[in-house]
Ligand binder design. Structure first.
Ligand SMILES: [Fe+2]
Length: 452
């Protein structure tokens, strides 16, 4: 059984008190009533007891009008109060509600029948109000203590509500932030993207991980990453943002040091290529043309710019290992003996050994090591097959064959581009990666690519 509702009822008319008690006691233990017949009595009981609701007559000896309400409010501002009035005048009703009375009822038998129901509904309203207040307080606490930047912004271009993290992050006061259009704080280089994102939000599109820079009071900018949710009907954007400036700076440093490493790698590769050029101009020319073909195939296959760059660098020096092969064998016309061919077959490993200890951010030494491997495992030096061969090396092997067959050599005439493309297309999927062959043929046949 639920606890009875504790009521303090103040009325100096014994007849009315008996009437109300009878009415409420009909509710089978739902109410526990304490009565007061005078001001002193009322104040004493209010002081000593705990009540869920105060029921009070409008006119009690010792009180002036609704003074009773002020006394209750002074003790407990949230204690519900219902007033009973003999007259039912509109002024009394208005005055009662103005003073914070929760409801009032006219003392006629007909009206009084509603009293129990009225008490229940006043208490239910109070309970809901308290729940709402609690939710609001929890939300406020979260809003105020969050180190993330929380805000509600309007489609009109102004912030409506900001949490204290904004002041801490940017140095502007809350008033300064809400008084100017927020676009004024956005970095000029980010304006276009920010405006575009604003249009998306206005069209009801949620935005994740959008980054832009915001002006601080000291004139510097900070990078902010936003997650924003629009409420189109209300013209509002709810957003959570985070200061990612440190992260951005670290990212910038990382990019710069990678670029430095790539620059160093390029200089190293160039130095090696120049050395080869002095000793063996034919191989050097071959390498540069292969580099042109591999980067074009890599782009055609939509590889990343880093991969395109890496494979081009590998192309320029892919035959570097040939410096370990006597020049007479490399340039001699006619068929090679087994021993001579075995010597030539060592060049991928020799090239790998030369480059393997130099720190490259891209798999250059590995690509060189595998550039004579074949898809069916018939290549050298390791006899790797299919996916065990790096994509870069699969591209290199196709470009190497096409260039070698299409170009003139001191020891044999050129077979020509058509013959070269026929060779790779015949062996597509057998010796060569079919996707690479397709890309290579597209380049020459459809996209007008030419060997320099
Ligand atoms: Fe080679």
């Amino acid at each position: 059984m639920s606890k009875p509702i504790r009521i303090l009822y103040v009325d100096d008319n014994p007849h009315d008190r008996a009437l109300v008690r009878a009415l409420l006691e009909k509710e089978h233990g739902g109410f526990q009533i304490a009565e007061a017949a005078s001001r002193e009595d009322f104040e004493a009981r209010l002081e000593e007891g705990e009540y869920d609701l105060i029921l009070s007559d409008f006119n009690i000896l010792g009180f002036e009008g609704l003074q009773v309400v002020d006394i209750i409010r002074a003790k407990n501002p949230h204690l519900p109060v219902v007033i009973l009035t003999g007259t039912g005048s509109e002024e009394i009703a208005i005055e009662a509600l103005r003073r914070g009375v929760d409801d009032y009822i006219v003392k006629t038998p007909n009206h009084m029948k509603r009293l129990p129901h009225m008490i229940y509904s006043v208490l239910e309203k109070k309970r809901l109000g308290e729940e709402r207040t609690q939710v609001q307080q929890e939300r406020d606490r979260l809003f105020n203590f969050s180190i993330d930047l929380l805000c509600i912004a309007g489609f009109d271009g102004y912030f409506k509500q900001l949490n204290p993290a904004w002041e801490k992050t940017f140095g502007w006061t809350n008033d300064e932030l809400v008084s100017k259009p927020y676009i004024e704080l956005v970095h000029p280089d980010d304006l276009k993207r920010t405006t575009h994102t604003g249009h998306n939000l206005a069209n009801g599109i949620q935005v994740f991980s959008f980054e832009n820079r915001y002006l601080c009071k000291d004139g510097t900018y900070k990078w902010i990453s936003w997650n924003s949710y629009p409420l189109v009907e209300e013209g509002l954007i709810f957003a959570v943002a985070r200061d990612v400036t440190q992260h951005k700076l670290m990212e910038e440093e990382r990019i710069q040091s990678t670029q430095k490493l790539i620059k160093a790698m390029e200089s190293t590769i160039e130095a090696i290529a120049t050395t080869v050029e002095m000793r063996d101009p034919y191989t050097a020319g071959h390498q540069r043309r292969v580099a042109g073909i591999v980067s074009a195939i890599a782009r055609e296959m939509c590889l990343s710019e880093d991969q395109v760059h890496g494979i081009s660098m590998a192309g320029i020096v892919h035959d570097i290992g040939k410096i370990s092969v006597p020049a007479e064998i490399l340039s001699r016309p006619g068929k090679l003996s087994k021993i001579e061919f075995d010597l030539i077959k060592m060049h991928p490993q020799a090239g790998y050994d030369i480059l393997k200890d130099i720190e490259f951010p891209l798999p250059i030494a590995q690509t060189i090591l595998q550039h004579h491997e074949r898809m069916d495992g018939s290549g050298y030096p390791a006899g790797l097959s299919k996916d065990a061969i790096l994509l870069e090396a699969r591209i290199m092997s196709v470009a190497d064959v096409v260039e070698a067959m299409a170009s003139h050599r001191p020891y044999r005439p050129a077979i020509g581009l058509d013959g070269a493309l026929e060779e790779i297309s015949m062996n597509s999927g057998i010796l060569y990666d079919a996707d690479v062959v397709d890309a290579c043929i597209r380049l020459f046949r459809e996209k007008g690519f030419k060997l320099e």
